[in-house]
Design a protein around this ligand. Structure first.
Ligand code: FES
Length: 102
């Protein structure tokens, strides 16, 4: 069963940047877009396991640092040759904290 966990303070994630959270077996990249939207996604690129947290954020996408695939932060879709998906996590903002459903 999934549950909500308190992840980070909202201010801990830089605009157009990311922070990594380790939770049990999971490595999660939490991004903040230029517009201040928060997205959480598995930190492993579905192509060849690049670290998405090291990629460039633009609009609601991140470009993987290894082979430049764009990953949609809203649904996890990788825009590459084979359309694979990364796991995304539902987020919620409350009292200056980011919560993840995990
Ligand atoms: S590992 Fe991410 S694009 Fe190749």
């Amino acid at each position: 069963m999934k549950t909500w966990i308190q992840a980070l303070k909202i201010d801990e994630v830089p605009i157009m940047g990311s922070r990594v959270l380790y939770y049990k077996e999971e490595e999660i990249a939490i991004f903040k877009t230029k517009d201040g939207e928060i997205h959480a996604i598995n930190n492993i690129c579905p192509h060849k396991k690049g670290k998405l947290s090291e990629g460039l954020v633009h609009e609601s996408m991140v470009t993987c640092p290894l082979h430049n695939w764009d990953i949609d932060l809203k649904n996890g879709e990788a825009k590459g040759e084979n359309c694979n998906y990364s796991t995304i996590y539902e987020t919620q903002l409350k009292d200056n904290y980011i919560y993840l459903k995990i």
